[in-house]
Design a protein around this ligand. Structure first.
Ligand code: BV8
Length: 254
């Protein structure tokens, strides 16, 4: 994949770069995206249905089982060259911010620091009643059979039911990560929009904010997305291939 020389120059000249990532950046690590059909027993469930407070209230063990299945899968996954390339770009650019919609920790394990999680993190469950943080047992969970119901743990402080540390559909985004994201995108010269279908709001509105703030918006995705209408450049390919090539040719990283 060759980057247009003019684009390469504007990327290289930028001192403020933001990356906005979605599930696609973890796809090559073997972590299924939301729009992939769910596998195995989860195949009969729609992720968009399970990732809601209503689903958890209706069937807490089913939803907790789904998140434990995802958490175990993430613990078994490794960061891919796309995660590592973003960490390398951050080291090459004066001001870099990584904003993710993902709830896995593969950016951190791939070398990124100060990752802004707009939709929470699998590793930070908390009590649904008193919001006390819940600490998982140290041993990695055995990979539950997909579709397995697992009773959520109880809060040591108040006995309330522990819930996944993610933002469900219908729930507001955490105020500070959202403010950090808006401030960074408003001031950036380049937005790299990587591995997101750009249909989930308000995260997807960050792409419009960047474009309307005059930033160069570059999308990395093998497929068309809802952001195609507004991005300036679409690099059609997997993040694990495109990002390392971009990092090397623009910023000379290895
Ligand atoms: C809120 C955590 C208000 C949970 C997630 C109608 C219009 C607009 C908005 C709405 C609407 N109806 C409802 C809404 C609001 C709703 C929303 O946007 N719904 C969508 C479905 C229409 N949003 C909300 O509910 C948000 N909250 O609005 O609150 C409010 C305010 C005050 C008070 C009360 C309420 C909350 C949204 C957060 C939901 N939680 N995650 C969990 O993980 O279980 S979102 C979840 O889905 C993911 O985190 C992710 O963000 C999203 C899926 O998006 P992507 O990351 O883009 O993943 P996807 O699978 O879609 O796409 C993958 C892409 O990767 C594809 O493009 C593919 O081509 C590409 N790809 C594949 N392989 C690769 C690749 N790319 C690169 N390389 C590869 N190798």
């Amino acid at each position: 994949m060759t980057i247009d020389p003019a684009l390469r120059e504007s990327l290289r000249a930028a001192s403020r770069v933001v990356a906005l990532t979605g599930a696609g950046v973890s796809a090559e690590s073997g972590v299924p995206t939301f729009r992939d059909r769910q596998t195995g027993l989860w195949e009969r469930y729609d992720a968009l249905e399970l990732a809601t407070p209503e689903a958890f209230a209706r069937d807490p063990s089913l939803v907790w089982g789904w998140y434990e299945w995802r958490r175990a899968a993430v613990l078994r996954a490794e960061p891919n060259p796309g995660h590592r390339a973003l960490a390398a770009i951050a080291r090459a650019v004066a001001h870099f911010a990584l904003i993710t919609q993902n709830v896995d920790d593969l950016h951190e394990r791939g070398g990124s620091v100060e990752v802004v999680h707009l939709h929470g993190e699998l590793s930070r469950p908390y009590c649904g009643e008193c919001r006390a943080a819940y600490r998982f047992p140290d041993a990695a969970p055995a990979l539950p059979a997909d579709g397995a119901r697992i009773e959520p743990p109880r809060c040591a402080r108040c006995g309330g039911r522990v819930r996944p540390g993610v933002v469900w559909f219908g729930e507001p985004l955490p105020a500070r990560p959202w403010q950090l994201a808006v401030d960074a995108v408003r001031r950036c010269e380049v937005l790299l929009c990587v591995g997101t279908s750009a249909v989930v709001h308000p995260a997807a509105s960050l792409v419009d904010l960047a474009a309307h703030s005059g930033a160069t918006v570059v999308q990395v995705n093998p497929a068309p997305t809802a952001a195609d209408r507004i991005v300036g450049h679409s690099l059609r390919g997997p993040a694990g291939v495109v990002l390392p090539e971009m990092a090397a040719s623009v910023w000379g990283t290895r």
